[in-house]
Design a protein around this ligand. Structure first.
Ligand code: BGC
Length: 329
């Protein structure tokens, strides 16, 4: 395995001094957020071509959000020795600094989960190499920068294997960032059902646990081309008393686990895909957001733009019904 702690230079841009903050206190400050910057390889290389512009962080903050989860897909950019390009780290510095300047908390989410779901051995090498470089790079960054080890482990990265992997990668992060809060979710797509199987080091209090919520998939992913089971579904509605009761009971399960383990919760993704009735999407979105808040979870909506979007990048305007569901006036 390649371990390269110390090779990447400490970020010159984002080095404002780190003060430890408790995991629960951090979740309280993170509040409401949104996922940004994934699936845009051209935009990462050339900011002028990016769908997401750095000034949008300010708009996000002004709209009432207080965190962003930056979706990082860096494995493809690594060289033969799993080194990240300097230009990429420089671009990341700019993004992180712009988000911090806007007053946001920033979650750096390694999002090569499709690769990891197919090739757990190769994922181990790349994931450990990624954090061996990114963690020391941000060692001095303010505590509003958090690391999320890996989005939605699944497939070949089984829940058992994930428990071993997360401990290994966390130890790599801890070598340079002993007290930064790290976000870790359960195996099987960060599904709440897997929380009881998640194994975290007892002696590490600086962990925030994340889950993703897309239930029921038939509603949130109807017509979504990338989900075999739901891609041909249309005209699926949500909003009955039973629907709502089921959602509340699932969020209650997360809360009960959180209370029992003392681990605070970040609901790092939830959203409903576009080709469905907007009123139902709005009520589903509002119900998840308010349900999370009532239980003391921080959250980040999936996604800023595109099929789940809360912002129309072409028209440069918020999609008001979804924004209103997330941030009630
Ligand atoms: C994936 C996206 C997907 C979303 C909802 C995310 O974790 O990265 O590709 O659209 O989940 O399915």
């Amino acid at each position: 395995m390649l371990l390269m702690a110390g090779i990447a230079a400490v970020s010159p841009a984002v080095a404002a001094g780190f003060e430890p903050i408790g995991a629960a206190e951090q979740v309280g400050a993170m509040g409401r957020g949104v996922n940004v910057m994934g699936y845009d390889p051209q935009g990462w290389k050339d900011p002028s071509k990016a769908k997401f512009k750095d000034w949008m962080f300010k708009q996000i903050r002004l709209a009432g959000f207080s965190n962003v989860r930056i979706v990082l897909q860096a494995f493809d950019l690594m060289d033969g020795e799993n080194r990240l390009p300097d230009w990429w780290l420089g671009r990341l510095d700019d993004m992180v600094q712009a988000a911090l300047d806007a007053g946001l908390t920033v979650v750096l989410d390694e999002h090569d989960f499709t690769f990891c779901g197919k090739h757990a051995d190769a994922c181990r090498e790349k994931l450990d190499a990624f954090w061996s470089q990114v963690a020391p790079h941000f060692r001095d960054a303010p505590n509003r920068v958090l690391f999320e080890i890996l989005n939605e482990p699944h497939g070949d990265m089984t829940p058992e294997r994930w428990n071993v992997q997360l401990a290994e990668t966390l130890a790599i992060i801890r070598a340079s960032n002993p007290a930064r809060n790290v976000v870790i979710g359960p195996g099987s797509w960060n599904g709440l059902e897997q929380l009881p199987a998640l194994r975290l080091p007892d002696d590490d209090a600086h962990i925030i646990v994340t889950v993703h919520y897309y239930h029921p998939m038939a509603f949130t992913h109807r017509g979504a081309s990338w989900v075999e089971a739901t891609k041909n579904l249309h005209d699926i509605h949500w909003g009955s008393a039973n629907d709502l009761a089921l959602m509340q009971s699932e969020l209650d399960r997360v809360k009960a686990w959180s209370v029992a383990t003392g681990r605070p919760i970040f609901l790092g993704e939830f959203g409903a895909f576009d080709p469905g009735p907007l009123p139902d999407r709005v009520s589903w979105t509002a119900a998840v957001a308010r349900g999370a808040e009532a239980r003391g979870f921080a959250w980040a909506y999936w996604y800023f733009d595109g099929g789940f979007g809360v912002f129309d990048v072409d028209q440069c305007r918020w999609i008001e019904p979804i924004l209103g569901a997330l941030i009630p006036q």
